[in-house]
Design a protein around this ligand. Structure first.
Ligand code: 8YV
Length: 308
């Protein structure tokens, strides 16, 4: 099976594939021979599919597949797979890192030490932060990653609220120690909000300007999912006004970050690194390769995704 890949993926399992050719997206010329496409974040729509008449599989490196037009793929009988599960821990860890960094002003503290401004033996007003332990955390989306965040946050004795399209059975809520809230109520009640929903038509700007307005003054907003889930200009305005704090790993138009954010002390910025540990990235390659090998052998795909 001829595989066209936008890059070499990390880890030894990638070398198990026999017939890989690399390309520089976007694809411009017709390739009659290509049966599988391996991508990471690249857009795959009707125009790309048109150039690949023999395509059977689009294998996405990542759990989120919002760049792939699932309906166009389905219309041509092209399967789509992703790499769920293996990146839950790393992404949840980063959400906690952003919560801690933002509430405890870690990045500002680092800059303070480096600047040589640490003039007295103890720091008072300027770098006082907000508690993480015991705070109320609102988790928007309680799938695999949201659940991994809840388990970590209970170690900080946080009060855990969640919103999900379909509420969990009460026994699962009790086991995880989470309380359901409607989304607006969660935003009003939480001191920290962390977002873990996939980007789809139904979740684009889920956190719109009105909902950003519901956040408590001083609340901390963390996003490690997709930038487009939030009304980014409204979020930027709330940060510029100093009304809230944030930890942001994702943006609407990556790698462009709204310029207003760059000088703000109340936002911690990371470059979409939720899954970026050596171990997790290798594990993602393993899952990607498993799906490509299954397609090559005509076996059922381990991680198919479908249009909802
Ligand atoms: C990145 C992610 O896509 O899995 C996802 O949906 O956002 C990340 O894992 C991937 O790591 C490539 O940057």
């Amino acid at each position: 099976m001829k595989i066209l890949s936008s890059r070499r993926f990390p880890g030894p399992s990638w070398d198990e594939l026999e017939d890989v050719e690399y390309y520089d997206p976007p694809l411009r010329a017709t390739r009659e021979d290509v049966e599988a496409l391996a991508v990471v974040g690249e857009e795959v729509g009707a125009a790309t599919l048109e150039l690949l008449p023999s395509l059977r599989l689009v294998a996405n490196y990542g759990v989120g597949y919002d760049g792939i037009d699932l309906a166009a793929c389905a219309g041509r009988g092209v399967a789509v797979t992703n790499t769920p599960g293996v990146l839950d821990a790393a992404t949840a860890d980063l959400a906690l890192a952003l919560i801690l960094a933002s509430r405890r002003r870690v990045v500002e503290g680092d800059a303070f030490v480096r600047s040589g401004k640490w003039g007295t033996e103890w720091v008072s007003g300027a770098l006082l932060g907000q508690e993480v332990s015991g705070a109320t955390l609102g988790i928007v989306g309680l799938g695999r990653i949201g659940t991994a965040v809840a388990r970590r946050a209970s170690g900080f004795e946080m009060r855990l609220l969640y919103w999900k399209r379909t509420r969990l059975p009460v026994e699962d809520e009790a086991e995880l120690g989470v309380e359901f809230r409607e989304l607006d109520d969660l935003l009003r009640e939480s001191e920290i909000v962390t977002v873990h929903v996939p980007l789809a038509e139904s979740t684009e700007k889920l956190i719109d300007a009105r909902r950003i307005g519901l956040l408590r003054p001083g609340a901390c907003f963390v996003n490690t999912s997709r930038g487009a889930i939030v009304d980014e200009p409204a979020l930027v305005a709330a940060l510029v006004a100093g009304r809230i704090r944030a930890g942001l790993d994702v943006f609407v138009d990556e790698p462009d970050v709204p310029a207003e954010l760059l000088g703000l002390p109340n936002v911690v910025l990371t470059p979409h690194v939720g899954s970026a540990t050596a171990e997790t990235r290798e594990a993602m390659t393993r899952v990607l390769v498993d799906n490509l090998q299954a397609a090559a052998a005509g076996r059922p795909l381990p991680n198919p995704v479908y249009a909802s």
